[in-house]
Design a protein around this ligand. Structure first.
Ligand SMILES: Nc1ncnc2c1ncn2[C@@H]1O[C@H](COP(=O)(O)OP(=O)(O)OP(=O)(O)O)[C@@H](O)[C@H]1O
Ligand SMILES: [Mg+2]
Length: 375
């Protein structure tokens, strides 16, 4: 609108229609209307594209062309201004077709006067504004949805990459532990054994004096302790039984070892039989049980600990429960700067073999960990 004047455009192939509509609009005192005219589909389309008017009045029949097609084209090109369809035959079908393609109103020729036309322009203008607002909001929502989709995709990629790196790190760590264990056992362990045997021979050598034989015996004692330490160290890093004899044996040894040192009573129900699981699953479950026992010893003040290992419905289930004081509050969350990696680590190890960890606990009622890994 410029200076209180509404610029309108009529697209109609009959000049007489233009003259009569213009006369009708001149009768309206306020607002003032200025009516331009386009006499064909092509001329109308050019005018709609240049978008110089506040309202467009488009005839249903434009010679061989259709006013409806013109409206559709204008809307497809993004024109949001009010458009009123003018038709010689006003009926429900025309009404429906007009609304469908994006007209804001329609008027039946010969059935309206200046007052009705002015009101139709006002209503169509408001309607077009609302439609434009909704379209804008929709576009914004769409942009947000697109951004969210991109973000989700990005996050998924980062998570997959992280999981990859984690998986590689974990399996490299296990391989390294295996290597160190073998090194300790096969090389250093063997040298210590040889040393022990040599010292034994020296100890009983008849040419050695009493004092030196005594020294050799002492050194043999040192090498015996060294050998035992090496054995324990190798076992702690990665029990050979995990590779050679399987998860159940490794867990039994772990429980026996902790039972000796902690005073905890272990109740084991290991029901895999001779079944071997995939090496990464065995490693993951072993590390979960190891961390769970460590946690019970460190935090639970428990007397008993039960470990169940079995296959149910195509899943390996490992349950570790204690009768201790329970996990307090959200202490398993690695927040507040506290470096708590145990439970987090268990979850991550399991996640790498598509498993999950659940933790149930109540104050004074003990803690139960459920680890489940699909077979
Ligand atoms: N069996 C349990 N009974 C009672 N509290 C437990 C038990 N297991 C874990 N918690 C609580 O949950 C917390 C988190 O355990 P988590 O293993 O993640 O960390 P942490 O053992 O403190 O440290 P680390 O990173 O060395 O394992 C513990 O600090 C402890 O308060
Ligand atoms: Mg821990």
């Amino acid at each position: 609108m410029s200076g209180g004047t509404i610029n309108a455009l009529l697209v109609d192939d009959a000049e007489i229609e233009y003259r009569s509509l213009d006369r009708m609009l001149q009768k309206i005192a306020a607002p003032r209307y200025r009516l331009d005219w386009a006499s064909s589909f092509a001329e109308g389309l050019a005018a709609l594209q240049s978008d110089q008017h506040e309202v467009y009045l488009i005839d249903f029949k434009l010679g061989p062309d259709s006013g409806l097609d013109l409206i559709r084209s204008a809307r497809e090109r993004g024109l949001m201004k009010p458009i009123i369809l003018l038709t010689a035959y006003g009926n429900a079908a025309v009404d429906a077709a007009a609304t469908e393609i994006g007209a804001n109103d329609y008027l039946a020729k010969g059935e309206f006067d200046a007052v009705i036309l002015d009101r139709a322009v006002r209503y169509a203008t408001r309607h077009a504004q609302k439609v434009a607002e909704i379209a804008q909001r929709l576009a914004q929502t769409r942009a947000v949805v697109d951004e969210l989709k991109l973000e989700t995709e990005r996050r998924k990629n980062v998570e997959a990459e992280l999981s990859n790196v984690l998986g590689r790190t974990v399996s490299e760590q296990e391989a390294e532990r295996r290597r160190i264990t073998r090194e300790l056992h096969d090389n250093i362990g063997q040298s210590v054994t040889l040393l022990q045997l040599g010292l034994g021979a020296l100890e009983h050598c008849p040419v050695l004096g009493c004092e030196l034989a005594q020294k050799a015996a002492e050194l043999r004692g040192v090498t015996r302790r060294m050998s035992a330490d090496l054995h324990r160290l190798a076992w702690e890093i990665r029990p050979a039984s995990l590779d050679d004899l399987g998860l159940e044996t490794a867990i039994s040894q772990l429980a026996a070892e902790w039972g000796r040192h902690s005073g905890l009573t272990f109740d084991l129900h290991l029901a895999l039989g001779n079944r071997r699981l995939a090496p990464d699953v065995e490693s993951a479950l072993y590390r979960v049980v190891q961390e769970a026992i460590t946690n019970v010893v460190r935090h639970a003040e428990a007397k008993h600990i039960g470990i169940i290992l079995e296959v149910r419905d195509n899943e390996v289930i490992c349950i570790i429960e204690d009768d201790g004081r329970g996990v307090s509050g959200d202490s398993t969350q690695s927040d507040a700067g506290a470096k708590r990696l145990g439970v987090l680590g268990m979850r991550e190890r399991l996640m790498l073999v598509h498993g999950v960890l659940e933790l149930e606990s109540s104050a004074g009622g003990g803690t139960t960990l459920f680890a489940r890994v699909p077979l």
